[in-house]
Design a protein around this ligand. Structure first.
Ligand SMILES: NC(=O)N[C@@H](O)C(=O)O
Ligand code: NI
Length: 166
């Protein structure tokens, strides 16, 4: 019997223990450039650590996941945060876990709606990028530099995500 993971809507409040939601939050808006631009200010903060660490910007071209999807592993980046912002108005899935004595707990899955991105706090367990419905480019802000910034954990038994209702 598959161990099904439910999918919840992504919200700043529910995601707060794991990171920030990157979206045009009216509470953060500043009118700039002579009133021609709305700046949604300070939505998240990149956090990199270690000698020689640099914040870098990348594009990840995500292939859509197929369903039912088996979550067999989680990863985390001990030396830096990592953000994902779709460059087209598409939803995607986010899976995170609390840390349970050095291993990820039961994953929590969120559906990011078009216009939402996330910034994982440094060292937060998450599943690698899960694009859905079609190929999607994401702006990814994370860390470069010396040191090992990737820790992976493989579950003894997989969890299963069923196709989300969009
Ligand atoms: N490996 C890599 O850069 N990507 C992962 O960290 C991810 O979270 O998708
Ligand atoms: Ni990652």
């Amino acid at each position: 019997m598959p161990d099904l993971l439910s999918i919840a809507p992504l919200s700043a409040a529910t995601f707060a223990p794991f990171g920030a939601v990157i979206e045009a939050d009216p509470a953060t808006v500043r009118l700039i450039n002579g009133g021609t631009t709305e700046r949604f200010h300070g939505l998240a903060q990149a956090d990199v650590t270690g000698e020689g660490a640099r914040v870098i910007l990348n594009i990840f071209r995500g292939q859509p996941r197929s369903f039912p999807y088996a979550v067999t592993m989680m990863e985390r980046h001990p030396l830096g945060s990592q953000s994902f912002s779709p460059l087209s108005a598409r939803p995607f899935l986010v899976a995170v876990s609390a840390d349970d004595e050095g291993r990820p707990g039961r994953p929590q899955v969120f559906l990011a709606r078009p216009g939402q991105g996330v910034n994982y706090h440094r060292n937060v367990w998450h599943h690698p990028l899960m694009a859905i419905g079609g190929v999607c480019d994401f702006l990814v802000v994370d860390r470069d530099g010396p040191g090992n910034n990737l820790e992976e954990f493989f579950f003894e038994e997989p969890f299963t995500i069923l196709e989300p209702h969009l």
